[in-house]
Design a protein around this ligand. Structure first.
Ligand code: ADP
Ligand code: GN1
Ligand code: MG
Length: 376
């Protein structure tokens, strides 16, 4: 891996970081350019995350940064006095002139966060305890933002989880077939349209609008290296008005299967029930007191829907020539689409039992909100 941006010169605009030592590309996000940079501050080595906002994806970076500023300030106020506050929420480092971001000569928006130490992100879940902790952290995040003062946050990507529009976008991409790939994915296209009837269900349910994260994949939350606790929610670019179920659904998508999102051996892709149970317990333990019974009813379905929607998005990007998600090999987006659709199938097979489990936990029959039982 090599550094493609001159982080040293960006760092000059964030003098409080200290004396620049070096940088490496960081993380496995599909959207922004992320770097970990090391500085010397008063003889000590300190690290910061430098991020370039992806302008192709976020058309209004100023609105995005305004959201991030408000959200981080609100989280900081909630954590005021917490002994570990510095690791529990992202905090924007200011430029020398006091701005929360820097615009470089090419018009790129840069922001800097202190590096969250002694914690890690994971691309796939290993234990039910990890699933429980991730879900609890995302539920807690929603709870902390429930009283974010008005005005409404900006929609950084309009209709982000509008699944019918995602299906319509796929239809357009097939029609255009811009890079002549439609013949390579006939089966996936058929799979998508066979499930047309589910795309509007959450929208039709008229669930309450909340402040939601909207991108709760497993590697957007840091788990403490010692205790395993979910300590810090990352990737705040899509925090905006949404439905709580979008967040739960994306946890099911990313924290129930043992396989990587781009796994080519589809036999490894499966929705594991103990992980789902851990997610329900973790999420409801943190968010259960504000969630309405109407919302709780859709928990299992939301996992299927968001997984399906993400598959649609990968397929659409594949057909359009891979302009949205970062790809690292040929057909990468198609491989990702296939894992999503396989996971949808696995959820379909278990959906009834998943729904029953949510109901049982909701009724408190199985010691709702407990830690998950370990699986052996
Ligand atoms: P993207 O939008 O591209 O997904 P993220 O904001 O999720 O970008 O960052 C990519 C990865 O960088 C994360 O998955 C995480 O591993 C790491 N990361 C981001 N912010 C921090 C931070 N403040 N401290 C430590 N690691 C971080
Ligand atoms: C992107 O940024 P990252 O890698 O955390 C995407 C999500 C997708 C996810 C699929 C802004 O998330 O919506 O679900 O990839 N983020 C955006 O892995 O589109
Ligand atoms: Mg991310």
């Amino acid at each position: 891996m090599h550094t493609t941006h001159d982080i040293r010169s960006i760092a000059e605009h964030f003098p409080s970081c200290g004396e620049f030592q070096g940088t490496v590309p960081w993380g496995k996000g599909h959207i922004n350019d992320t770097y970990c940079a090391e500085f010397n501050r008063l003889g000590a080595s300190v690290r910061f995350i430098f991020q370039r906002v992806n302008r192709n994806v976020f058309r209004n970076p100023v609105a995005l940064m305004e959201n991030v500023e408000r959200v981080t300030a609100h989280l900081a106020s909630k954590l005021n006095g917490h002994p570990d506050a510095g690791r529990r929420a992202l905090r924007l480092v200011r430029t020398g002139s006091g701005c929360a971001w820097h615009v470089d000569d090419a018009g790129n928006h840069w922001r800097v966060y202190p590096f969250i130490t002694a914690a890690s992100t994971y691309d796939s879940v290993r234990t039910p305890e990890q699933a429980f902790q991730a879900a609890k952290a995302f539920g807690h995040f929603q709870k902390m933002l429930a009283d974010l003062p008005s005005p409404r946050l900006h929609d950084t990507i309009p209709d982000f989880h509008h699944t019918p529009k995602r299906l319509a976008a796929l239809e357009n991409a097939i029609e255009a077939d811009a890079v002549n790939r439609a013949h390579l994915c006939r089966e996936e296209i058929q799979f998508a349209f066979a499930r047309k009837s589910i795309v509007g269900r959450l929208l039709e349910a008229q669930l309450p609008e909340r402040v939601t994260h909207n991108d709760t994949k497993l590697n957007n939350v840091m788990l403490d290296d010692v205790t395993g606790e979910g300590i810090c929610v990352l990737d705040l670019d899509t925090v905006m008005p949404g439905v709580a179920l979008y967040d739960f659904g994306d946890m099911v998508r990313t924290a129930t299967s043992p396989a990587a999102e781009d796994e080519r051996d589809l036999s490894k892709v499966t929705m594991r029930f103990p992980m789902f149970e851990a997610l329900v317990r973790g999420y409801l333990g943190a968010a259960g007191d504000f969630l309405t019974p109407d919302e709780a009813r859709w928990l299992a379905f939301s996992g299927k829907l968001i997984t399906f929607e993400t598959g649609l998005r990968f397929l659409t990007d594949f057909l359009a020539g891979d302009g949205y998600f970062k790809t690292h090999r040929e057909f990468h987006n198609l491989d990702r689409c296939r894992t999503q659709f396989r996971l949808v199938e696995s959820i379909e097979l278990q959906e009834k039992a998943m729904r029953q489990l949510v109901e049982e936990i909701g009724r408190g029959r199985r010691g709702a909100f407990d830690s998950p039982r370990p699986v052996h």
